[in-house]
Design a protein around this ligand. Structure first.
Ligand code: ADP
Length: 467
């Protein structure tokens, strides 16, 4: 059972971890997919905005202005840099018009305003008479910004690239007619600003539901594990109880059966003394059995079921009398110390139940190997405090709160020899609770225990002092 429940708990925790990892993976995948589909969606919209005759004509215009400058370059009138600068200058003159147009297009196609567009020239090649002569810019050079917003290229996503060729006739320095073949390559990019926030916002509901589900599963698993542990504890307590009660029943039953055998024996019929002895034994064991049953029945009640017959009692004299009587029952080797203050304040208690509780605690002190037992009584912090301490085997920290539970017995190797059903302290607690008091313990393993019974001052006096 122990291994089985441990396995179940480990299994449940592992399943929870696996489930969480899977959920995390699925969410991450969904996030990635959403990101991709958002990019595709935006790319399509940008395509629709810029692939129009109007934008084509804008581009055509600055390209042609650039082309017109090429003969000057070929004839050495302007440098390569000023040729390239002229392309940048011509295109920038058109950029305001383009940005205006792009903005309107973005509104029309519902493109989010966090998306920027840029067009650059990445390669321009001039060749004459079929031979590559001049690579004005190529992939490795700084590209020339043409249209849109000039964000760093590595922050953008490529949308498209295309080539354009054009032949330009011109008269060279030798006054000969020649043709320059222009190969021009442009690329368009988009940049999505706050990309993560946008996707996160779109997935907010999914995250929320996933989080709730996750929370629900964690609660479910914790609840199930707690239930499982509780059931296991109850089943352990049950087993212990059955073991204890069968152990307790064995002796009287064995004695009873011997006594009955003796009685039925022909010899006993003729011998009245033997018959009387046997009948006495039967009576004693019968009483013992009855006591056991009564203990189980009486001691299992809750404090609501205890009907108190309360009367005003002076605890000082009550405890003094009780201790005097109790001392008589103790074996000689036990030292019993009484430190009972004289207090005039009376308390409303049921004497029968109250003495049962105190005697139960005293009996435990003896049973669990106390050789010095002390009972004290005084008023402190506006409470009647009775303490019963012993120097016996003590109680470990983990068992201190459990010992007041029904049928609970400390089950450690060296505690098997102590007889009992695990009901005594439960019953004491019910009695003290029924008196609106508290029962607690302070104890250390192998150092003894002190039980405290605290009762409130019955008339609420705050200025009462021990005499
Ligand atoms: P029982 O004495 O029949 O076992 P109790 O309810 O009186 O049942 O006590 C519950 C458990 O608390 C005991 O089994 C014992 O382990 C522990 N216990 C109670 N009193 C003492 C004590 N004075 N010293 C050490 N252990 C104690």
């Amino acid at each position: 059972m122990k291994i089985k429940s441990k396995l179940l708990i480990v299994g449940a925790i592992l399943a929870l971890i696996a489930l969480t990892t899977m959920q995390g993976y699925l969410i991450f995948n969904t996030y990635d997919l959403r990101k991709k589909s958002y990019a595709v969606e935006s790319r399509t919209k940008i395509g629709s905005i810029v692939k129009t005759p109007y934008v084509d004509s804008l581009s055509w215009n600055y390209r042609m202005e650039f082309v017109e400058k090429i003969p000057e370059y070929k004839n050495g009138i302007i440098t390569k840099d000023s040729l390239l600068n002229s392309l940048e200058k011509f295109s920038s003159l058109k950029n305001d018009t383009f940005l205006d147009y792009f903005k309107k297009g973005a509104e029309y196609y519902n493109l989010d305003d966090n998306i920027q567009f840029k067009k650059i020239a990445t390669s321009i090649q001039l060749s004459e008479n079929g031979e590559t002569e001049d690579l004005l810019i190529d992939g490795k050079d700084e590209p020339i910004f043409l249209l849109g917003t000039n964000f760093p290229t590595d922050e953008g996503l490529i949308i498209n690239a295309w080539n354009w060729t054009f032949d330009k006739d011109y008269t060279n320095t030798l006054n000969q007619e020649s043709t320059v073949d222009i190969k021009y390559r442009a690329t368009i990019y988009m940049k999505i600003l706050n990309w993560d926030t946008i996707i996160f916002k779109r997935l907010l509901l999914l995250f929320f539901v996933a989080f709730l589900l996750f929370l629900f599963i964690i609660l479910l698993v914790t609840y199930s594990i707690r239930n499982l542990l509780k059931l296991k504890r109850i089943s352990d307590i049950k087993t212990d109880f059955i073991n204890n009660i069968t152990h307790e029943l064995k002796t009287p039953l064995a004695t009873l059966s011997i006594a009955t055998k003796t009685l039925t024996n022909k010899f006993a019929k003729d011998n009245k003394d033997i018959a009387k002895d046997s009948i006495d034994t039967i009576n004693r064991q019968n009483k013992r059995l009855q006591n056991l049953i009564d203990q189980v029945v009486d001691n299992s009640v809750g404090y609501n079921d205890i009907n108190l017959n309360k009367e005003q009692v002076n605890l000082s004299s009550f405890l003094k009398d009780l201790s005097e009587d109790y001392a008589l029952t103790l074996p000689k080797h036990i030292q019993f110390i009484k430190s009972i203050s004289d207090v005039s304040e009376e308390v409303s208690v049921d004497q029968f139940y109250f003495s049962t509780a105190i005697v139960n605690i005293l009996n435990n002190a003896v049973k669990f190997e106390g050789s010095v037992i002390k009972i004290t009584y005084q008023i402190e912090n506006f409470e009647h405090i009775i303490s019963i301490s012993d120097n016996g085997i003590g109680i470990s920290k983990k068992n201190k709160t459990l010992i007041f539970g029904k049928f609970f017995r400390v089950s450690e190797k060296n505690t098997h020899n102590f007889k009992g059903l695990g009901l005594g302290l439960y019953y004491c607690k019910q009695i003290i609770n029924a008196h609106k008091g508290t029962l607690d313990v302070k104890s250390r393993k192998n150092e003894g225990s002190t039980f405290f019974i605290k009762l409130p001052l019955s008339n609420g006096k705050k200025n009462l002092i021990s005499r």
